[in-house]
Design a protein around this ligand. Structure first.
Ligand code: UDX
Length: 445
């Protein structure tokens, strides 16, 4: 059992801190945002993450997890200091290291005994060494030893707790093997495979993993666009290529592009790093560009189906960047909804979980529905942007009856073409032939 200070109670810090407590460590989660800490102390969880609230309560009750805004004493009382603060995208596309630097300087000023400092935040290659020098520059007693270790995380929003508990691999990048082992030992109860690397390689692994997954998504989306032009079906193509173990079936779901707090930011940061090093990472630039364009494919389909959008009312189902999260950061909805409004449509939105987040982003630009069926009632068409369970199990008869025109434009291929048949709905999806209302009725006869 170790004593850990988790610095930063955003998504990464809160999930990691809670899960580390759950596997037996004594964890203090710190944040400079006193209001957030007060919320957490009251058991209120500022993010929607399945399983997290119960796990926080259990570990607080067991005395393994606590929340504090007194970072100095948390640092003093802990063996390991995990840095899990944000690295938002700067206007240049680079990762902004402002928060990392101020935490490193703070640690430097408060270092009174040996500590292992673990970087959890996603940081550009070379940051570990910069953190080392920021700490060193602020130490009152330069004789005190410390290590900086890179330990990137690969948790997915919406399944982060389960991802942690069933960790596929642990990456530990350190200069001193003893420090690397200390960090690896923290995850020992998870019985996961640990890869020991240099700090630079560990930092690169994180970016390369996210960029590769983003590449798979943009690739299948580009293939989807071609499928539409040649009458092929991207679902069959994805299955056909994914069953080749060299390719793998994961991350081949065609749609309206990736969003969220990681892929967009990390692909831009890697591209920026490449540019800085004088290397033109053209492949990655195309991945980013393909993703940008993909966010708008539903607009083209809608215009094809409805013609002029002026005076229409469009229902939008799903706002978060993927199901099981209320996160709207870089969600395709943020690009598409303003484009619908600019084209003259009124927009009525509904999301099972992200409605209060949505109000922060869209304000009074859209109308907010209550439930799926109230939202689509009387609308000229319905768009599906997120594959929430509620939207993949719609009562299609009701959908047809409630819509003014029975048009569904599905950005996540929630339905097989066969399952749409017989409902009298004009169905447009990604990388597949559009099905007219007459066709879907006819196929039932
Ligand atoms: C991702 C990485 O998976 C995770 O390892 C890292 O730590 C953080 O970034 P996350 O952003 O939570 O996790 O979500 P993920 O499930 O990876 O999906 C990202 C985006 O890609 C979503 O918008 C999703 O809709 C999209 N996606 C994913 C597709 O469009 N097609 C797919 O086949 C898979």
């Amino acid at each position: 059992m170790r004593t850990i200070a988790m610095i930063g109670t955003g998504y990464v810090g809160l999930v990691n801190g809670t899960c580390l407590a759950h596997i037996g460590h004594s964890v203090q989660c710190c944040d400079t945002n006193a209001d957030k800490i007060e919320w957490l102390q009251q058991g209120r969880i500022p993010i929607y993450e399945p399983g997290l609230e119960a796990m926080v309560a259990e570990n607080v009750a067991a005395g393994r997890l606590s929340f504090t805004s007194d970072m100095a004493s948390a640092i003093e009382q802990s063996d390991l200091l995990f840095i899990a603060v944000g690295t938002p995208m700067a206007p240049t596309g680079a990762a902004d290291l402002g928060y990392i630097q101020s935490v490193a300087e703070f640690i430097g000023r408060h270092l009174t005994a040996y500590k292992t400092i673990v970087i959890k935040s996603t940081v550009p290659v070379g940051t570990g060494r910069m953190v080392d020098s920021w700490i060193r520059a602020n130490m009152q007693n330069p004789q005190i030893p410390f290590d900086v270790v890179s330990n990137p995380e690969f948790l997915r929003e919406g399944s982060a707790v389960a991802d942690f508990m069933k960790m596929e691999r642990c990456i530990v990048g350190a200069i001193r093997p003893e420090a690397a082992q200390l960090v690896a030992d923290c995850f020992e109860p998870l019985n996961t495979k640990t890869y020991f690397t240099t700090p630079e390689s560990a930092e690169m692994i994180k970016y390369a993993a996210n960029a590769f997954l983003a590449t798979k998504i943009s690739f299948i989306n580009a293939i989807a666009n071609l499928c539409e032009r040649y009458g092929a079906d991207v679902e069959d193509v994805a299955e056909g290529i994914g069953s080749d173990s060299r390719i793998g079936s994961a991350f081949l779901r065609a749609g309206i592009g990736y969003g969220g707090s990681c892929f967009p930011k990390d692909t831009h940061a890697l591209n920026w790093m490449a540019d800085q090093a004088g290397y033109n990472f053209g492949l990655l630039k195309e991945v980013i560009q393909t993703n940008e364009e993909q966010k708008y494919v539903l607009l083209k389909k809608l215009v094809q189906a409805l013609g002029d959008l002026r005076g229409t009312t469009i229902a939008v189902l799903g706002l978060s960047f993927k199901p099981n999260t209320d996160d709207l950061r870089d969600a395709p909805s943020l690009a598409l909804i303003p484009a619908l409004i600019a084209a003259g449509a009124s927009v009525r939105v509904y999301d099972p979980v992200a409605m209060s987040e949505a109000r922060k982003w869209f304000g009074s630009d859209v109308n907010y529905g209550i439930g799926v069926y109230q939202t689509i009632a009387g609308c000229d068409a319905c768009l599906i942007l997120t594959e929430w369970r509620e939207f993949i199990t719609l009562d299609l008869e009701q959908v047809r009856q409630l819509l003014k025109r029975p048009i569904v434009v599905d950005g996540r291929n929630c339905y097989s073409l066969a399952s749409m048949s017989g409902h009298g709905i004009e169905y447009h999806s990604i990388g597949r032939t559009a099905v007219s209302a007459e066709q879907t009725v006819l196929s039932r006869l």
